[in-house]
Design a protein around this ligand. Structure first.
Ligand SMILES: Cc1ncc(COP(=O)(O)O)c(C=O)c1O
Length: 461
């Protein structure tokens, strides 16, 4: 079949934009999908068709698309002070207030907040801070960072190196040295024949210990992890995982960086993923739902030990030579403060916990379909991993075609999801109601049936 003729807007798009995470060649033939406006959990395209946004934008628009209080907070701040910075000791109250609020909300004591604009910048900063810290402590050799295969931490040179996904490295000459990846905590895929979940966790702990021994604990500064791996396929850690690995890291004086960029602010049914999974981090990365995505803002929270080391080292050097023009942007800070106020007053984490069982039941039911290898999730985040069978040991070849087909079948039925290889992620705005969760899943069975018929016809099954 010939590709459909592109509309004028699609042509302009193809001729002008470099689209992230897009096959640019294929995009030239098919054209893009134009989104015109949003309302609560719905997006409207340029044909006026309504879609449920099953991924909250990119796991971030937690309060949906027309939250007037966020718009008002941004407008008021734009009228008062549309921009200023906090370089060279300058400051303004909305940044101070947000830092105070984040320290108050995070369950593990944190001493200071550093602001940037994106999750990648936050994690890049985490690595630079870990290096600066160890130089301050007189341990210049303690610089390596451990991450996990399939973890996602962003795309800058260092955060892209922390990310443990081949397509983020391939042809970009990444990862840089100093970054090492340990085993993915995904029981269904990674467990060995006959291994119980408990035994699997013990093996992950011993893999980590072995990597630390091999590299030398005196050379390792930090370990970074998402409570739930998001873009790597929505991988919920097995029971006892963080409890098993944290003592190993502490024993070797390796700092724990908690990447809460997706999990933070209610996604798991608690304020932070660290509470759901019993993590005691030394520093934290926040972004996405920090502002419900209405303004780009990220934050790094650091403990007292780090704060003291930064202060001492900057005193020695004469400055803390790091910072972004838009780090602590007043509009971002005002929107974040309002978003947090809404999460509190409308009890959004509690709402997520209340509706999560319905969401997870739908996922589990979809998991019974023969095309679904595993259904998994926690709170209002989940995924269906499509596979030829349910063994956890088989996968489609070539990969990523079946997942994209299911994503497209869902989109044709009015639900926007995101295919991550052959795993399709669900992460709707946190304000979603129970009947809307039913509507989100309503087309799943028909879309799976259509995808399975297509996979057979293509010889993929
Ligand atoms: C856990 C996590 N960390 C970091 C990032 C990178 O954030 P950004 O795309 O804002 O740079 C993401 C983005 O999806 C993420 O999911």
């Amino acid at each position: 079949m010939d590709a459909p003729a592109l509309s004028n807007m699609q042509m302009r798009d193809v001729e002008t934009l470099i689209h992230p995470y897009t096959n640019m060649q294929a995009h030239r033939a098919t054209g893009g999908q134009m989104i015109e406006r949003g309302e609560r959990i719905y997006l409207y395209d340029d044909q006026g068709k309504r879609h449920i946004d099953g991924l909250a934008g990119l796991w971030c628009a937690g309060l949906g698309y027309n939250e007037q209080e966020l718009i008002d907070a941004a407008t008021e701040q734009l009228n008062r002070l549309p921009y200023y910075h906090i370089f060279g000791g300058k400051s303004f109250e909305v940044a101070i207030e947000l830092a105070e609020k984040l320290k108050e909300k995070f369950p593990v004591p944190m001493a200071r907040a550093f602001f940037a604009s994106s999750g990648s910048e936050a994690n890049d900063t985490q690595v630079k801070l870990a290096w600066y810290y160890n130089n301050a402590k007189g341990r210049p050799e303690k610089k390596k960072i451990l991450a996990r295969k399939k973890g996602y931490h962003g795309v800058t040179i260092v955060s892209g190196s922390l990310t443990g996904l081949p397509n983020n490295h391939r042809a970009f000459d990444l990862p840089v040295d100093r970054v090492h990846h340990t085993t993915t905590p995904h029981y269904w895929r990674e467990a060995e024949e006959g291994e119980t979940e408990e035994q699997f966790v013990a093996r992950l702990a011993s893999d980590l210990e072995a990597l630390i021994e091999q590299e030398g604990p005196e050379t390792i500064a930090a370990f970074i992890a998402e409570p739930v791996i998001g873009a790597g396929g929505v991988l919920v850690p097995p029971k006892g995982y963080f409890e098993a690995i944290q003592p190993i890291l502490s024993r070797h004086d390796i700092r724990f960086i908690d990447d809460e960029v997706i999990c933070g602010f209610g996604r798991t049914g608690e304020w932070f993923g660290s509470q759901t999974f019993n993590i005691q981090p030394d520093s934290v990365s926040l972004a996405k739902q920090l502002t419900s995505a209405y303004a780009p803002l990220s934050a790094v929270l650091v403990d007292q030990d780090m704060a003291e080391a930064l202060e001492a080292q900057s005193g020695e050097i004469g400055t803390f030579g790091h910072g972004f023009t838009y780090g602590g942007h007043p509009v971002g800070c005002a929107v974040a403060l309002k978003a947090i106020e809404i999460y509190e007053s409308r009890r959004i984490p509690e709402h997520v916990a209340a509706v999560a069982p319905r969401f997870q039941q739908h996922l589990a039911r979809a998991g019974e379909h023969p095309l679904v290898g595993e259904a998994r999730g926690v709170g209002l985040i989940g995924a269906l991993e499509l596979a030829p069978d349910k063994s956890g040991k088989s996968a489609f070849t070539p990969p990523a075609k079946v997942g994209v087909k299911f994503q497209d079948e869902m989109q044709a039925r009015g639900v926007i999801l995101r295919a991550l290889g052959d795993t399709v992620a669900f992460c709707p705005p946190m304000i979603i109601k129970e009947d809307e969760i039913d509507a989100l899943f309503e087309p799943v069975e028909a879309a799976l049936d259509a995808t399975m018929a297509w996979a057979r016809s293509e010889g993929l099954l």
